[in-house]
Design a protein around this ligand. Structure first.
Ligand code: EPZ
Length: 417
């Protein structure tokens, strides 16, 4: 359990770097087991979820190790096992992303069903439906998925929803399948394009990344690659909102504006000033934001991962904002905590109605999940007085040294283990 103590009211200033994208790095690590050659992945953030994925890969019989400078080497040359145990999968749902690669490489997999988490039930029905269309016989019993096949066959795979994880699992399975796979209604997130770039460098034949239709021609073998992970757009958005909510002026070096286009547009609508350069993004927060309405949607829509942070920012806006969550069914657990800091937010189904208040007041709060934790931290930065954020380890799952970065920008924040 760690706690963050924050003395609010300090406008942030200065410049800070963004780390490699968590939601890309985890998938590139899983894709590395598609080849028996060595893969080298650079600019990987040192966060708990990456450490967990390393444990998962080593448990599968690969040799994965993390060097201090953010470089991961993975070798799955021989003796790859097909079992991903509950102890590890239950620590991080994203472990399910090894399912596709295991089926592609071994023709079978025995992976624990991932549990739900605080933001929703997190089903994997679309993952399994897609793999079944490729000929995998899937049974789920005793909490495990058993996939047996032989060799996967290419298929047309229409997704009910542009699921990021389902697109990724099918992509990696299809890379070594026999024949052509067409994913319809595919996810279009930048992390999908990153995974496809990685697979192309391995020798895969894929076209349409970033669009709703991705076509994969299965190949016999894939080779090892070296790859540098793209910047984390959600960490960049988190830091931008920390600058905005404190009425400060900060630059996020390395942030890619194209990956945050709608977020930046919405911040300008609230009265923030944004300037972009090849070096990164600079934001100047308004004294008090104007209220706006937000609806989260799959990329290029407003990212659900920044929804809690946007709510914290709009909590002190002039006017009422309506924030609609369309991706996860339970991503408002932080509202009670924000209201304890003086916010006036009411939940109405999947809408949060945020009546702006002139300012927030520091309070002790508890973190329900990763991005909600970041929202409570930035609320504390803007609140009058002291906020203590009690975190049972959620924040460090997805952010590397978030408190240090905020301190570099002038925040009065201390993390205690
Ligand atoms: C990825 O989760 C990210 N995680 C999430 O970030 C992100 O919020 C999400 O994509 C949407 O952008 C990682 O990349 C590790 P989905 P994923 O499959 O792949 C439902 C963070 O904070 N669904 O697009 O799980 C699902 O329950 C995390 O970094 C099914 O019902 O997202 C959810 O409600 C949080 N059946 C919605 O679709 C399925 O088979 C979107 O899920 C698959 C998904």
């Amino acid at each position: 359990m760690s706690t963050y103590t924050i003395q609010g009211g300090v406008p942030l200033t200065g410049s800070v770097n963004v780390h490699g994208a968590k939601n890309a790095a985890l998938k590139l690590m899983a894709a590395s087991i598609l080849t028996e050659d060595t893969c080298v992945i650079r600019n990987v953030p040192d966060i708990k979820d990456v450490r967990t994925m390393i444990d998962v890969l080593n448990c599968l019989g690969a040799e994965a190790d993390y060097r201090p400078d953010g470089v991961i080497t993975i070798m799955a040359d021989g003796g790859l096992k097909d079992r991903a145990p509950y102890e590890l999968v239950s620590q991080m749902r994203a472990s399910i992303i090894v399912l596709g690669p295991l089926l592609a490489r071994l023709g079978r997999a025995h992976v624990a069903l991932p549990g739900g988490c605080n933001i929703g039930s997190r089903q994997i029905d679309m993952h399994l439906a897609g793999l079944k269309r490729m000929g995998v016989k899937i049974t789920t019993e005793h909490g495990y998925i058993e996939g047996v096949d032989g060799r996967l066959r290419g298929a047309r795979i229409p997704l009910d929803f542009p699921s990021v994880g389902a697109t990724e699992n099918v992509l990696m399975a299809a890379a070594l399948a026999k024949g052509t796979t067409v994913i319809e209604n595919a996810a279009r997130e930048p992390e999908i394009i990153e995974l496809v770039d990685f697979l192309l460098a391995m020798g895969a034949e894929i076209r349409g990344a970033g669009s709703s239709e991705i076509v994969i021609e299965g190949v016999e073998k894939l080779r090892g690659v070296e790859h540098t992970v793209l910047p984390d757009r959600i960490e960049a958005g988190t830091l931008l909102l920390a600058g905005a909510i404190t009425g400060g002026e900060i630059t996020i070096a390395g942030a890619v504006a194209a990956d945050l286009r709608l977020v930046l547009d919405k911040l300008v609508e609230t009265g923030a000033t944004i300037s972009e350069s090849p070096a990164g993004i600079t934001i100047k927060g308004p004294k008090r934001p104007r209220s706006i309405d937000i609806a989260t949607l799959p990329f290029p829509g407003f990212p659900t991962d920044l929804q809690p942070l946007m709510a914290a920012y709009l909590a002190k806006a002039k006017g009422t904002s309506v924030l609609t969550e369309n991706v996860f069914e339970n991503r408002f657990m932080y509202i009670d905590e924000l209201n304890r800091m003086g916010a006036d937010i009411k939940l109405d189904g999947h809408h949060a109605v945020i009546r702006g208040v002139p300012g927030l007041s520091g309070a002790p709060v508890r973190v329900p999940d990763l991005r909600a934790g970041a929202a409570l931290i930035i609320a504390g930065l803007a609140a009058e007085g002291e906020t203590i954020v009690y975190d049972s380890g959620h924040i460090e799952r997805g952010y590397e040294n978030l408190d240090e970065k905020l301190k570099d920008l002038g925040a009065h924040i201390t993390r205690v283990e």
